[in-house]
Design a binder for this molecule. Sequence first.
Ligand code: TEU
Ligand code: CA
Length: 529
Amino acid sequence: ARDTPWWERGVVYQIYPRSFQDSNGDGIGDLAGIAARLDYVAALGVDAIWLSPIFPSPMADFGYDVADYCGVEPIFGDLAAFDALLEAVHARGLKLLLDFVPNHSSDQHAWFKESRSSRDNPKRDWYIWRDPAPDGGPPNNWVSDFGGSSWEWDEATGQYYLHAFLKEQPDLNWRNPALRAAMMDVMRFWFDRGVDGFRIDVLWHIVKHADLLDNPVNPAWTPEVRERDKLLQHHSTDQPEAHAFSAEMRALADSYGERVLIGEIFLPNDRHARWYGTPERPQVHLPFNFQLVENEWDAGSLRQVIGEYEASLPGHGWPNWVLGSHDAARIAARIGEAQARVAAMLLLTLRGTPTLYQGDELGIGEVTIPSDRMRDPQHLREPERGIGRDRSRTPMPWSDAPFAGFSTVEPWLPLNDDWRTRNVAAQEADEGSLLQFYRSLLKLRREHPALAIGIFALTEAEDEVLSYMREAGSETLLVVLNLGSQQRRYTLPPGYVVRETLASTKPDRASDGTVQPDEGLILRLEGEH
Ligand code: TEU
Ligand code: CA
């Protein structure tokens, strides 16, 4: 096998810092808490940690509103605590990725304070300011991801500023060279400190059409769909210049040696794939692939989206997969506990770098959050859309100690309802737990190059069964996943017999030509002769 970089073989673990471990009794997770739990992360068997934003922030969007790109939020610690964490991560042979938020800053960032102070301030053009439309309204029809117009009126200087998210998150102007230089310096600051890469927030948003043209109405939109999805984001996202700037970020990362860039990109496959760039001018290593989050959990449609995604990749593009995040509903809440095991097997046996979201390895599902404890600004602005993102941001349950060992006081968000039984300590003590299953799959991935880097081929399968082969060197594996509730036979590729059952989501199973309801199997095959 060719030499593969760590981020191709490796598995990324996403930590939401507010909710991992509190070390100082204020009910909010912090960097020292993460450092204290690194043995857990290392024992899980992942390769890298991605931390959601840790920078100084008024927390209007829980850190995705950055007030200083080169500091640490005091709630989380300080630069010394960060350096200590980074050293401890590296000492365990793990990598550390930070969350870079280039599209917008906080309205409390010094740059924005200067920018809004007057029309001729040198930093005015670091953000996107425009005169009102002739009727006095916003300059165009763009809408914020969190509801309402993307434009906020600024009385003092008599112009509107653009914000794709909250009004507390003004969009930066990447067409301004001085702003670009300042943002590249931010990346240098953290690379120089030793971070191994970045997950880049809403990368496809960073540049807007130069003339800020109105976005067209989506012909497929119906009133049941969110208002913000009424418009196609044709002119507000995915501009050619953003690709050029992501190539510049990549060139900077490459100048530091083996660093990795993961871009958050929500686009159809063909436009998504362009974020890899070309072999001569690469962009991000991994444009985040949300297919498993966005699609129905049924074998037929998964088979289709997996096939289409694989087919859309450029020759040099390495795939990646995500099941959950701090923005999405928990996977176990979406598909149920039994299928969450099948999903674990899918995530860790597809071709490509998996990202595992904290708590999904425990099967945390639906949680009850009383309305007076909801914190997600997206939900608070659009409560009619349901429970919002808090449901996937509840604190890690470590044990059945008070507050689940997460804190010594009531945490900032409630724990999962079943934390007394669904926690790390309980699952460590139970051989049959989802946590142990994740650990065994992660170990298997490490031991079998066919799983980590082997070729991938979908195979013919029965209804409700998703199956595919992974192959490297002399090893051929068949993964068979039953997404339904009926026992099914599986078909072996012609000329092969089963040699060994490497893993099953059910205890003590050996291959017998069938796959049980909610079962996933990893089989080692051999040629008939
Ligand atoms: O999310 C980008 C994004 O597209 C979200 O708006 C997503 O569609 C939504 O949360 C799903 O409900 C990133 C971050 O992951 C998110 O936490 C931030 O709020 C957002 O950017 C703004 O920085
Ligand atoms: Ca704390």
